[in-house]
Write a protein that binds this ligand. Structure first.
Ligand code: SAM
Length: 261
């Protein structure tokens, strides 16, 4: 009976691949991969029979990504059902803002197969290092940008805020690989409920190739609609450090605000 392992390639080509992941790839009968073209070519050098899941994406504006995800899930489960040991490797961490890995593992387990996920380095792991931002200093809020925009989600501006998939923000058709400045403006308009227009935000892209540096473009929130975005861009909003003491909680500890200084 086959086993399913879903794992991650990390963000930077070759450099984030762990020994554990390599060993899972070596043991697998079937390897499927979802990553950028450079990384895929590199990995194909080691696993020539590798199946490229990214071929299932449609052209910009033409295919609903939710359909693509179900097809990827099927591509992973079919060899498993045929008794093979399957390893599917996704860029970044396979369980972070990634629909297919969680769905495939859940389905495989429901069908009685052993299925595990191995963690890997995600984009936010890189951003803490590259931007020198420790999520433990202020706390962290992390949202998918469109979900944050279209639902009434709470936002705590005193925490570090990370908005993923800003490069496709506002695309409710789930078919596009780009966004428009009026959609980014809609996001900015919403963020202005909590921040001043001049609050500095950061457009972040971790380096994918070892020869390139990361993107760290700092700009006022109000300028965001004029910026350029890629599908890998993440919006980082540093915290407003205006924390108010919770006097009731301090009193329950038998201390006053002075204890915080
Ligand atoms: N599983 C991935 C991970 O572990 O990072 C995240 C996949 S999610 C579908 C895609 C989003 O992740 C992008 O829109 C962006 O917000 C973020 N992302 C992916 N690659 C990135 C990179 N090189 N630098 C910064 N953010 C990245």
């Amino acid at each position: 009976r086959g086993k399913l392992v879903i794992t991650g390639f990390g963000i930077q080509l070759g450099r984030h691949l762990t020994r554990r992941v390599e060993s899972e790839l070596d043991k697998a009968d079937v390897v499927l991969a979802m990553m950028d073209d450079f990384s895929l070519t590199w990995l194909k050098g080691k696993y020539p029979a590798l199946i490229d899941l990214s071929l299932l994406y449609g052209k910009d504006g033409q295919k609903d990504r939710r359909q693509t995800y179900r097809e990827m899930e099927l591509a992973i489960l079919e060899p498993l059902r045929a008794g093979k040991n399957v390893c599917a490797i996704f860029y970044g961490h396979p369980g972070v803002f990634a629909d297919v890995p969680h769905a495939a593992i859940k389905q495989a387990r429901e069908e009685g197969y052993e299925a595990i996920m191995e963690p890997a380095i995600s984009a936010d792991a890189c951003l803490y290092a590259d931007l020198g931002l420790d999520p433990g200093m202020s706390g962290l809020q992390s949202y998918e940008a469109t979900q944050f925009l279209v639902y009434q989600r709470p936002l705590d501006p005193s925490a570090l805020v990370v908005l993923w998939q800003i490069g496709v923000v506002g695309d409710l058709t789930c078919t596009q690989f780009h966004t428009y400045s009026d959609r980014v403006q809609a996001l900015v308009t919403k963020l202005l409920r909590w921040y001043e227009p001049e609050h500095e935000v950061i457009l972040y892209e971790a380096a994918v190739l070892p020869i390139e540096g990361h993107r760290e473009e700092r700009l006022p929130l109000s300028e965001l609609p004029n910026a350029s975005f890629k599908t890998i861009t993440t919006l980082v909003i540093p915290p407003k450090l205006e924390w108010l003491a919770d006097h009731e909680a301090l009193a329950s500890l038998g201390v006053t605000e002075d204890a915080l200084l």
